[in-house]
Design a protein around this ligand. Structure first.
Ligand SMILES: CC(C)(COP(=O)(O)OP(=O)(O)OC[C@H]1O[C@@H](n2cnc3c(N)ncnc32)[C@H](O)[C@@H]1OP(=O)(O)O)[C@@H](O)C(=O)NCCC(=O)NCCS
Length: 336
C-alpha cells in the first residue's frame, strides 16, 4: 500500500484499503463521542457508513498509529461539489485528536483541490470546536462560517407550554391558515418553499443545495429518507398552509436523534408571513407534541449570523451547547 507521509508518528493511507471490519471499532468510538457531546445517537449513521466503506467506493484516508487505525476521513461527490462527510481521529499515543484529524484533512483538501471537475468543497465537522482548523482552511479560496448547536430541555418547559397552548395551536394567527402534519405529498411544495426562503441567505453560501429547486428537493430527501440527520419524525413535523389557496407558507421538520432527543432539521416561514409569530408558533407546536410523547430535549443547528433565527431560538429557551464551523472551499476562485 502506498502511504502519504505526514509526520513521523502517523501514517495516512487510502481509505479504500480498509474493510468495514477494520474501521468499525473507530466508528463505534466516534458514535460514543456524538452521544456524549451532542446527545446524538449516531449508530444508524455508523451502520449506513459501514455499508459504504465495505463497498470501498468512498474517497478518503485512514490514519494509523504504529499500524493501529486511529482516524479516518471521507468525502462524497455531488456533481461539481465534494462534501467532506466526516473527519475524526482519537486515541493516538502522542498526537492530540485535533492534530491527528488535521493530518487527515490536509491530504484530503490537497486531493480535492487538484481533482478535475471539483469546484467546490463543503464541510461541517460538528465534533470539533469553531476555529479548530482555521490554519487549514485559511486563504482567500476558503470561507468559514461559525454555527451554533443549540439545545432546549422541553421537560423544563412543562409549565410554559400549557400557558402557550393558544399560540401553540396557532389559533392566534387568523382563520386563513391551516396546520397539518407532513405527508409525502408535501415534497414538491416543501422544496419550493425551502428554495424561496433561502434566497440571499448565508445558509445558501454554506450549502449550495438551497440555491436550486432540484438541490432543495435533494436536501429534503436526505432529511426524510436517510439517517444522516436523525430518523425523520413525520408525527412531529408540521406544514402551515393558506387555507384558501392551499399554498405552503411555513414548516417545521423534526427528526429523532436519541431515545428522547429530537432535532429540528428545518424551520422556515415564507417571506410575506414573517414577523407574525408563526416561526415561534410552529416551534411551540412541535415542542408541545414532543413533550407529550416523552421527549426531553430538542436540539438544532443555526448559523451564528442568522440573527433573527438565533434570537427566536434564544427567546424560546434554547441555549448554546456547542459552537462549530462550516467550511467552504471555492476552487474556482483559486483558478481565477
Ligand atoms: C427564522 C424564521 C423561521 C422566523 O420566522 P418568523 O415567523 O418570522 O418568526 P416569528 O414571527 O415567530 O419571530 C420573529 C420576530 O417577530 C416578532 N413577532 C412575533 N409575533 C409577532 C406579532 N404578532 N407581531 C409582530 N411581531 C411579532 C417576534 O418577537 C420576533 O421578533 P424579534 O426577532 O425581535 O424577537 C424566518 O425568518 C425564516 O424562515 N428565515 C429563513 C429560514 C431560516 O433562517 N430558518 C432557520 C434556520 S436555522
Amino acid at each position: 500500500m502506498a502511504s502519504v507521509p505526514v509526520a513521523s508518528e502517523i501514517e495516512v493511507l487510502d481509505l479504500r484499503n480498509f474493510s468495514a471490519r477494520q474501521l468499525r471499532p473507530l466508528l463505534e468510538r466516534e458514535a460514543g463521542v456524538w452521544r456524549e457531546r451532542l446527545r446524538w445517537d449516531y449508530r444508524s449513521s455508523t451502520e449506513l457508513l459501514l455499508q459504504y466503506l465495505e463497498s470501498r467506493i468512498l474517497t478518503g484516508f485512514v490514519a494509523l498509529d504504529r499500524g493501529r487505525v486511529c482516524g479516518y476521513t471521507f468525502c462524497v461527490y455531488e456533481g461539481i461539489k465534494a462534501v467532506i462527510g466526516d473527519a475524526f481521529a482519537t486515541g493516538h499515543k502522542t498526537m492530540s485528536d485535533a492534530d491527528a484529524t488535521r493530518a487527515l484533512l490536509a491530504p484530503m483538501l490537497e486531493l480535492l483541490g487538484h481533482t478535475p471537475g471539483v469546484d467546490r468543497v463543503e464541510s461541517q465537522l460538528l465534533l470539533y470546536g469553531a476555529g479548530e482548523f482555521t490554519d487549514l482552511f485559511a486563504g482567500p479560496e476558503f470561507t468559514v462560517y461559525p454555527r451554533l448547536f443549540l439545545e432546549c430541555n422541553v421537560g423544563g418547559q412543562r409549565d410554559l407550554l400549557p400557558a402557550a397552548a393558544e399560540a401553540a395551536d396557532l389559533s392566534g394567527v387568523g382563520p386563513e391558515l391551516a396546520l397539518a402534519l407532513w405527508t409525502p405529498e408535501d415534497y414538491q411544495a416543501a422544496a419550493e418553499l425551502i428554495h424561496a426562503c433561502y434566497v440571499g441567505h448565508t445558509d445558501a453560501l454554506i450549502n449550495d443545495q438551497y440555491r436550486s429547486l432540484h438541490g432543495s428537493l435533494r436536501f429534503l430527501h436526505n432529511i426524510v429518507r436517510f439517517p444522516g440527520c436523525g430518523i425523520f419524525e413525520p408525527g412531529f413535523s408540521w406544514m402551515l398552509r393558506e387555507r384558501r389557496s392551499g399554498a405552503l407558507v411555513g414548516m417545521v421538520l423534526c427528526s429523532r436523534v436519541g431515545a428522547n432527543v429530537a432535532h429540528i432539521t428545518q424551520l422556515c416561514i415564507a417571506q410575506a408571513y414573517r414577523g407574525r409569530g408563526l416561526g415561534r408558533g410552529l416551534l411551540e407546536r412541535s415542542a408541545k407534541s414532543l413533550l407529550g410523547a416523552g421527549f426531553e430535549a430538542i436540539t438544532l443547528t443555526v448559523t451564528e449570523d442568522n440573527v433573527q433565527a438565533v434570537r427566536l431560538y434564544e427567546r424560546f429557551g434554547f441555549t448554546l451547547r456547542h459552537r462549530f464551523d462550516a467550511m467552504v472551499l471555492d476552487t474556482q476562485f483559486k483558478r481565477q
